[in-house]
Write a protein of this length. Structure first.
Length: 92
């Protein structure tokens, strides 16, 4: 079963996610923005979700984590929880 290690930032709106993505593109650190803005408890750990298997996350999240390049910021991605920015650290 495929595994991945990812970071994410969860916010309420697409506008918030888009603004945070602009800040990341301007050089802000993903972990700092996650600590400050993420609604997920993982925000306290810089958005670190640790390692998980395919199918453990909601489908839209899984699709990005297991289908997009690593070490890039992807999103905004809409799920039932809100809007995510996702950075995949590794996959195996």
């Amino acid at each position: 079963m495929a595994r991945a290690h990812a970071l994410h930032i969860l916010v309420n709106t697409q506008t918030e996610a888009t603004e945070l993505k602009k800040q990341l593109a301007a050089g802000k650190k993903f972990s700092d923005l996650a600590r400050k803005h993420s609604l997920c408890p993982s925000g306290k750990k810089g958005g670190d979700l640790g390692e998980f298997r395919r199918g453990e996350m909601v489908p839209a999240f899984d699709k990005v984590v297991f289908g997009k390049p690593t070490l890039e910021v992807h999103g905004p991605v809409k799920t039932k929880f809100g809007w995510h920015l996702i950075k995949v650290l590794s996959r195996g």
